[in-house]
Write a protein that binds this ligand. Structure first.
Ligand SMILES: [Zn+2]
Length: 294
């Protein structure tokens, strides 16, 4: 069993814009070549899951106002409803609008996504849409998530896009959220890279806070971060995520967790992961986070 808690869908170029891809060109040359091979995502994602042995994926849209990227929840829903056993939808509406004002309409859209579409969480993108997670304007979204009993996932990590700002991704801003909403279930995405150690301490302190390992694909850095998670005693809160389609194919990411990180740890004389810890990352922790009855 493998559960991927972090993957994206959406069409190019009418939803994911060319500008969005251009904002990553300095990092990976022509991302249109490397990432567009996975489009149309809706036609390829299930085969990629099968190839990697991934049973269930959390899928979500995307919102990045400044590159005119918008994959609406409705689009995600139309895809999820065709594959209800394999896909779980998360809403991706943002608490601020394109003028950076409180998104009252978005709050209703989030509610509709959960109550009508059956979505099971909310994905927030502070680095792309320029708000801090502890901004009081965001709090109605946390109150709604508590009321609807669904978790909130944050891109709380650095970001390579030239159209995004990493200051909004620092996990320290989640401390207020955790203190003000102790019952809210939270996932910090991307191991809060490069602020992983700060985030691990927050995960240790907050009973309802989890972390996904998506986008941490440099093997040595991933291995070292997992060693740190083990040292801090939070392995039971780490979850596999692919950030598909950005780091595909998934089978390579599964191989990283299953074998490569332990090979690196052994060579370095670091503590290695037990089979139980690996299974925890690959699905057991996510099943608890998503409250799946498997
Ligand atoms: Zn994401």
């Amino acid at each position: 069993m493998i559960i991927d808690v972090h993957s994206h869908v959406g069409e190019f170029p009418n939803q994911w814009s060319r500008e969005w891809f251009d904002s990553y060109a300095h990092l990976v040359g022509d991302p249109l070549k490397s990432v567009l091979q996975y489009f149309p995502i809706e036609e390829k994602i299930l085969a990629d899951m099968d190839e990697a042995g991934v049973n269930i994926s959390v899928v979500m849209g995307f919102v990045h106002y400044s590159t005119s990227t918008l994959v609406p929840d409705e689009h995600v829903y139309n895809f999820v409803k065709k594959n209800p056993d394999r896909l779980i939808g998360f809403s991706c509406v943002q608490p601020v609008d394109s003028r950076n004002e409180f998104n009252a309409k978005g709050l209703l859209e989030f509610e509709k996504a959960v109550t009508e579409y059956g979505f099971r969480g909310l994905k927030l993108l502070p680095v792309y849409n320029f708000f801090f997670p502890n901004d009081r304007r965001v709090y109605p979204f946390y109150e709604k998530a508590l009321e609807l009993d669904v978790p909130v996932m944050f891109h709380s990590a650095a970001v390579g896009s030239t159209a995004a700002r990493m200051k909004y991704g620092h996990p320290i801003y989640l401390e207020d959220v955790v203190m003000d909403f102790p019952k809210l279930k939270i996932c910090i995405s991307h191991m809060a890279f490069p602020w992983t150690e700060e985030a691990l301490l927050l995960v240790r302190k907050a009973p309802n806070m989890y972390m996904d390992i998506s986008a941490v694909v440099r093997p040595t850095i991933l291995a070292w971060n997992l060693v740190k998670a083990k040292e801090y005693g939070v392995m039971h809160k780490l979850m596999f995520g692919s950030d598909y389609p950005l780091f595909g194919p998934r089978k390579n990411l599964v191989e990283l967790i299953r074998n490569k990180v332990n090979q690196i740890a052994e060579r370095a004389g670091w503590p290695t992961l037990t089979n139980e810890e690996i299974e925890g990352i690959l699905w057991k922790n996510a099943a608890r986070f998503l409250e799946l009855k498997l």
